[in-house]
Design a protein around this ligand. Structure first.
Ligand code: GLN
Length: 491
């Protein structure tokens, strides 16, 4: 558990909405605010609040301040400023930054300092962003609560007895507490959308291939995506516009042009056809979450959207299919951590084989080991057809089901998670119940389509609720328009 600092007794609110980035940028361009002062203000707030939240694992101060100074010099000369000039942004610790610790929340990567920058890191900096540091997450992004981090859990700024969601819990909490204006996360089965909903911020799942994965420490390569968190839809759209686009270093990145997502998000949602899938409002949905999402749906109707009931009957097979495919890919991806090439090496090693097994035994946490075992089993001769191949067939059926739905509607709306943020420790002894709570997010992950989780009110106790807006491949603009309408209604 992260120690509760004396800051817990101060009057400063833990949750705090960041100023929209366009306003901050204008301040900097008009030389009313210096990027360096803004960065220092953010570092001061991190110092005050992070001991309670444990959202950041490490800070990249030197690099951030050098970048801020560059922006200030540009502004002083009156040069045109790039779109994210001076904007403080946090980066999930599964993304590499040259020379900076990149642990992926794992002990096995303790001490590892990568020799290069992820493409998204390069793109953010080229657009003027000031990268504050690396955020906490579940080990190798495996989890839904951030409790699988080797560096202690993150606490939810809305209620510190509760989880922030996961695996990108640090990024979501950082934005919710205004420790960053925006943050990058990764989403393999819900790890951006679900923590966004638990913390009351916006989170984006871009289409598979929209954003380069070069420099992402892989979990499940056919599912992994990088996307932004922000305090409002327009800011999230702006950041996606910066990080999106083809990259020769990632053969799965798509060549489709990057739209002006921020401008697209300004368009009214009037006339859009919105599907409401019955399977996402069935048994297991918390009634308070349902009520909030139904209010959000009401707001869309008010905004002139055309609502239609739709069916996605194979939804119930998504969790088992996801946990077979994701673990199978993880078991292969994690083979590279052997104590030789990266990070932690066990001192208890007399033979080479012993070094491998001790390093992996001591370096990986329980959930990661569980997944390596599950995935290796699913891929083993004799079981491959029964498990892995079957899961791939289910994946195809789910994708086709979405495509059929999108022939009739422009977007789908669902709850992001069946429950609001749960208590720390509530599900740690029951991995299956933790897995089952991913039911509404893993479907889009398997299908490769895009989505946004947008804040949609709260439970009577004040816990944030998120609405998930899903759209067809490369139709991020549509998802942003719908999310904007929900946001504007202030549900
Ligand atoms: N909760 C899911 C899992 O544990 C998703 C994680 C993710 O998207 N990285 O696999």
């Amino acid at each position: 558990m992260a120690p509760l600092a004396s800051g817990a007794r101060t009057a400063e609110a833990l949750t705090e909405r960041p100023t929209p980035l366009a306003a901050l940028r204008q301040e900097i361009a008009g030389r009313r605010t210096k990027a360096s002062d803004l960065a220092s203000e953010y570092y001061a707030r991190i110092e005050r609040k992070n001991p309670q939240l444990n959202a950041f694992l490490s800070l990249t101060k030197e690099r951030a301040l050098a970048q801020a100074a560059r922006i200030d010099a540009l502004a002083a000369r009156g040069d045109p400023l790039p779109v994210l000039a001076g904007i403080p942004i946090a980066v999930k610790d599964v993304l590499v930054m040259q020379g900076a610790p990149s642990t992926a929340g794992s002990k096995i990567l303790q001490g590892y300092r990568p020799p290069y920058d992820a493409t998204v890191v390069k793109r953010l900096e080229a657009a003027g962003a000031v990268l504050l540091g690396k955020t906490n997450c579940d080990e190798f992004a495996m989890g839904s609560s951030n409790e699988n981090s080797a560096y202690g859990p993150v606490r939810n700024p809305a209620d510190t007895e509760r989880v922030p969601g996961g695996s990108s819990g640090g990024s979501a909490a950082a934005v919710a507490a205004n420790l960053a204006v925006a943050a990058l996360g990764t989403d393999t089965g819900g790890s951006i959308r679900q923590p966004a909903s638990f913390c009351g911020v916006v989170g984006v799942l871009p289409t598979y291939g929209r954003v380069s994965r070069y420099g992402l420490i892989a979990f499940a390569s056919s599912l992994d995506r990088i996307g932004p968190f922000a305090g409002n839809v327009r800011d999230a759209a702006t950041v996606l516009g910066v990080i999106g686009g083809h990259d020769p270093c990632d053969a799965t990145s798509v060549r489709a042009p990057v739209e002006d997502y921020a401008a697209a998000s300004d368009k009214p949602a009037e006339g859009l056809r919105i599907g409401v899938p019955a399977e996402y409002f069935a048994e297991g949905l918390d009634p308070e979450v349902r009520a909030a999402v139904e209010r959000g749906i009401g707001a869309l109707k008010e905004a002139g959207c055309i609502l239609k009931p739709v069916h996605l009957p194979h939804t119930k097979y998504a969790v088992p299919a996801y946990y077979l495919i994701a673990t199978a890919e993880a078991s292969a991806n994690l083979a590279r951590f052997d104590g030789v090439r990266y990070g932690y090496r066990s001192p208890r090693s007399e033979t080479l084989a012993g070094m491998y097994s001790h390093s992996r035994d001591e370096g990986f946490g329980a959930e990661v080991k569980r997944r390596i075992l599950l995935g290796t089993y699913a891929l083993s001769a004799g079981y491959y057809d029964a498990y892995y191949r079957k899961a791939q067939q289910v994946r195809r059926i789910l994708a086709e089901e979405f495509l059929r739905a999108f022939a009739e509607v422009d977007a789908l709306v669902t709850p992001t998670s069946p429950v609001p943020a749960f208590r720390l420790g509530e599900k740690t002894d029951d991995p299956v119940s933790m897995y089952l709570a991913d039911i509404y997010t893993v479907t889009a992950s398997l299908a490769g389509i895009c989505g946004v989780s947008v804040p949609c009110g709260a439970t009577p106790a004040g816990l944030p609720v998120g609405m998930q807006v899903l759209a067809m491949h490369l139709r991020e603009s549509t998802a942003f328009r719908v999310a904007r309408a929900v946001e504007a209604a202030g549900v």
